[in-house]
Design a protein around this ligand. Structure first.
Ligand SMILES: [Zn+2]
Length: 399
């Protein structure tokens, strides 16, 4: 591990002033490896977005304290750094978003390509080569993907809605956001989940806030216990829990994405100042401006990730609380495999080519039809039009 990285706790002013907390070489790809070769595996990645250094700082600090617990670990922990080049330049990405590029066929083509790769594709291939051998073990594999946001707000998890991911995500005492993957594709977590990895994204707070590094550090300890690598009762985990609980006591434990405001450069989108994650908004609430004028919330709910940076294609999200009873109901529905009966619903038919997928005609199907699909763990793939295609992860059976 680079010495300058380990020194950062003693130099919070470096972070506050906006300087990068590592030397001119940038952080190493592998921040640390600990624990025996058998048992569960926890892959913890930080800095997939290069303007999010606090995740890297938090992870490096946590790993440096893990050395003293080496003998007590029941599995392997690997700490990885995402977009090293972009971290050095303090940019979300250089050529394209590294966390929107994880598509299996694309990765295969890149690994076989002989031509020089773009900055992000080079990072992608290196990361795949670190992660690939870890997938071969017999124990369960967990992913903790650390991020931060451009706007202010408390920590939360982003969970792809399989039963195993939910169970893992419920260990973190911060709000859990479901339904994100329906809006955003090609994430590392998406790619690994398709390969049976149990994983969550953890949003630790604002990009440059030292508290975001503290929360990322806390998330790491909770993930270690939740994955079974660390036995219950470790002081670090109890402290981590208290650290996260202090910011989130008033917030709903589970929410679902109801709206994504997608943007492109030509929109000239500018968020109005003063908004923050989990701020309540009403339908019609003025949130931003773009080339067509005022941008308002299309629905009541809570604001998530208002965009206060130049790069990125999500202006903001609106989420709404999900009741725990709803989660229990959906777990039971998945276990009984009620998707067998989905094509009995009006406006729903099986996809002629994709096994396990359904096509919903939105002119015929009622709004509740989509809710039933969500309960069963289905998510939309592709654009929203008259027809939407929904599919479900094959291994999401609650086993
Ligand atoms: Zn990010």
């Amino acid at each position: 591990m680079s010495q300058s990285l380990l020194n950062t706790p003693a130099q919070p002013d470096v972070v506050a002033l906006g300087a990068l907390p590592y030397g001119p070489q940038g952080p190493p790809r592998v921040l640390g490896r600990h624990g025996p070769e058998h048992g569960p595996v926890l892959v913890c990645v930080a800095g997939l977005h290069g303007n999010e250094p606090m995740g890297v700082v938090g992870l490096a600090r946590a790993l440096s304290r893990l050395s003293s617990l080496e003998e007590t670990l029941h599995g392997r922990v690997v700490g990885l750094v995402g977009n090293r080049q972009a971290l050095l330049e303090d940019l979300r990405f250089i050529d394209h978003d590294l966390n929107r590029a994880w598509f299996a066929d694309r990765i295969e083509a890149l690994r076989e390509a002989r031509a020089p790769l773009s900055d992000e594709d080079h990072e992608l291939v290196e990361l795949v080569e670190e992660v690939e051998p870890l997938l071969e073990g017999s124990g369960p594999i967990y992913l903790l993907d650390l991020h931060t946001t451009s706007g202010p707000g408390p920590a939360f998890t982003v969970v792809e809605d399989t039963l195993a991911n939910r169970q893992f995500g419920l260990n973190f005492p911060v709000p859990m956001v479901l339904g994100f993957e329906e809006e955003v594709g090609g994430t590392m977590s998406n790619y690994l989940c398709d390969r049976g990895v149990i994983g969550i994204g953890f949003e630790a707070g604002q990009h440059r806030e030292p508290v975001s590094a503290e929360r990322a550090d806390a998330a790491f300890w909770i993930a270690l216990e939740a994955s079974g690598i660390l036995s219950a009762g470790c002081d670090e985990v109890a402290m981590a829990r208290r650290r996260l609980e202090t910011d989130t006591a008033e917030l709903p434990p589970i929410v679902e994405v109801r709206y994504r405001h997608a943007i492109s450069n030509s929109d000239r989108f500018t968020m109005n100042p003063g908004h923050r994650t989990f701020q309540p908004v009403r339908r019609g609430h003025r949130l931003a401006r773009d080339r067509s004028g005022e941008v308002t919330s299309p629905t009541d709910g809570l604001l998530l990730m208002p965009l206060y940076q130049k790069q990125g294609d999500d202006g903001f999200f609106v989420v709404r609380r999900v009741r725990r009873g709803w989660l229990k109901l959906s777990a039971a529905m998945r276990r009984y495999r009620l998707e067998r009966f989905l094509n009995w619903l009006p406006g729903v038919r099986r996809h002629p080519e994709r096994a396990g997928a359904f096509i919903v005609n939105r002119r015929i199907a009622r709004f509740l039809t989509l809710e039933v699909f969500h309960l069963l763990g289905f998510r939309r793939i592709g654009p929203v039009g008259r027809y939407v295609v929904l599919t479900r992860r094959t291994h999401d059976d609650g086993a």
